[in-house]
Design a protein around this ligand. Structure first.
Ligand code: URA
Length: 238
């Protein structure tokens, strides 16, 4: 009997080229990634897939955001606190020290606000809008609104995609102008490009960055590769 013919493998989708790869080895000490577990990779595979529905994109990106916010809270300072339990025993534990607030970089960063509110009840949230100046091509501040006592708070800065780092660096400059020291800012993002991460950490070496995944690089349109496309479009547009 003739052996069955094995069908040829399906054509592979074209890979992006033109990547200016920057290698971050070792990772700057101020950068913390989520544990790169199979579960996390499966979540990223869903949100990276262009066939994923908007509903699933919302659900699974929210799951990652929740993990990132929890990791961000691990970097807040704590002080010793002793409590008495209902058994009458004494428990020597810890309490968070200091107040926090979130600041979302509009518009995509707004998608991370709910995740922060889920774990920090009635947290204050500020907003900042930065766009490219048409004349200078540099990131320009268009709008900001912060809690009036922001200078005395720890700030969780929220933006899902760290691409070139231009908006995030401008946002940090604005926060510093409002009296927030670099050491009290924690920048949280879902996907980071090595070039943006390197530029950001070089400029602000003491500012902690929490990222879910570090990708390969940026393409010539400043999209992260492999990335997940335009986060705002996928999140907000049906
Ligand atoms: N912003 C996005 O939404 N996606 C990218 O890949 C880069 C910036």
């Amino acid at each position: 009997m003739a052996s069955p013919t094995v069908p040829p493998p399906p054509p592979q989708p074209a890979r992006s080229t033109n990547l200016n790869q920057v290698h971050l080895d070792p990772l700057p000490q101020s950068v913390f990634t989520l544990p790169q577990t199979a579960q996390l990779e499966a979540l990223y595979t869903i949100i990276r897939n262009k066939e994923t529905s908007r509903g699933d994109f919302l659900f699974y990106s929210d799951r990652i955001i929740r993990l990132l916010v929890e990791e961000g809270l691990n970097h807040l300072p704590v002080v010793a606190k002793t409590v008495e339990t209902p058994t009458g025993a004494i428990y020597n534990g810890l309490a968070f020290e200091g107040k926090i607030c979130g600041v979302s970089i509009l518009r995509a960063g707004e998608a991370m606000e709910a995740g922060l509110r889920e774990v920090c009840r009635s947290v204050r949230i500020g907003k900042i809008l930065i766009q490219r100046d048409e004349e200078t091509a540099l990131p320009k501040l268009f709008y900001s609104k912060f809690p009036q006592d922001i200078a005395s708070r720890y700030v969780l800065l929220l933006d899902p995609m760290l691409a070139t780092g231009g908006s995030a660096m401008k946002a940090v400059e604005v926060l510093k102008e409002h009296g927030v020291p670099e050491e009290r800012i924690i920048f949280i993002n879902l996907v980071a490009a090595p070039e943006g991460l390197k530029a950001f950490c070089t400029k602000f070496p003491t500012l902690k960055v929490i990222t879910g995944w570090i990708d390969e690089g940026l393409n010539d349109k400043a999209y992260i590769i492999p990335g997940l496309g335009d986060f705002g479009e996928r999140r907000y547009c049906v």
